[in-house]
Design a protein around this ligand. Structure first.
Ligand SMILES: Cc1cc2nc3c(=O)[nH]c(=O)nc-3n(C[C@H](O)[C@H](O)[C@H](O)COP(=O)(O)O)c2cc1C
Length: 179
């Protein structure tokens, strides 16, 4: 099973990217996870799109989405919502043969605040509805107070690791369409 994991954060030490690394490390043997960032995706500009079409960086990511059996998106929370970088990314990805249509998607997120990206994940789910993706409703992963749970680039919090193990099992079945 091929899974593409998109992090909504650009910073090198991002908790969301670290969360995806923990997910990848804990994934079952038959689940291959590739983690990608949105570096190199330009700001969406309809005039540029009219003139030059979908940029190469977006096309490359669209291909990866198309080829994956399932997608994981880890989103930070900025001002109670999805960071502009991620919203811009999903907007670009939806252009010209939207590869998210009917794609099975799992969302998760880590933030320093008390609700662990609950608000941004629900906005992201709404965006993904617009892309006709099929998002896994539950279980959910909200990593709150992320600054206390990661150290030296690793997820140290045992309770969160248990949540991830349960989530991975559910996600595998979700992607395989097994009730
Ligand atoms: C512009 C901005 C807005 C933020 N708003 C929120 C917020 O609404 N809720 C929250 O929990 N954290 C918020 N934060 C803190 C982020 O949770 C924190 O920066 C987190 O580390 C970002 O994710 P990352 O580690 O993956 O980069 C905000 C940070 C920035 C820069």
């Amino acid at each position: 099973m091929k899974i593409l994991a998109i992090t909504g954060a650009l910073r090198k030490e991002s908790y969301n990217t670290q969360l995806l690394r923990a997910v990848k490390e804990m994934a079952p043997e038959d689940m291959e996870i590739e983690i990608v960032t949105l570096h190199g995706i330009p700001l969406y500009d309809a005039d540029e799109e009219d003139k030059h079409g979908v940029p190469q960086s977006v096309k490359a990511l669209q291909d990866k989405v198309r080829q994956a059996d399932g997608i994981i998106i880890a989103t930070p929370e900025y001002n109670f919502s999805v960071p502009g970088v991620l919203k811009n990314g999903t907007d670009w990805l939806s252009r010209s043969g939207n590869p998210f249509k009917w794609k099975r998607v799992g969302v998760m997120g880590a933030s320093q605040g008390p609700v662990g990206t609950a608000r941004s994940q629900y906005h992201l789910r709404q965006n993904l509805n617009g892309l006709e993706a099929i998002t896994m409703p539950k279980p959910e992963i909200f990593v709150a107070s992320a600054d206390t749970k990661f150290a030296n680039g690793k997820l140290m919090d045992e309770a969160t690791r248990k949540v991830i193990a349960t989530w991975l099992n559910a996600f595998k079945n979700w992607v395989a369409k097994k009730p």
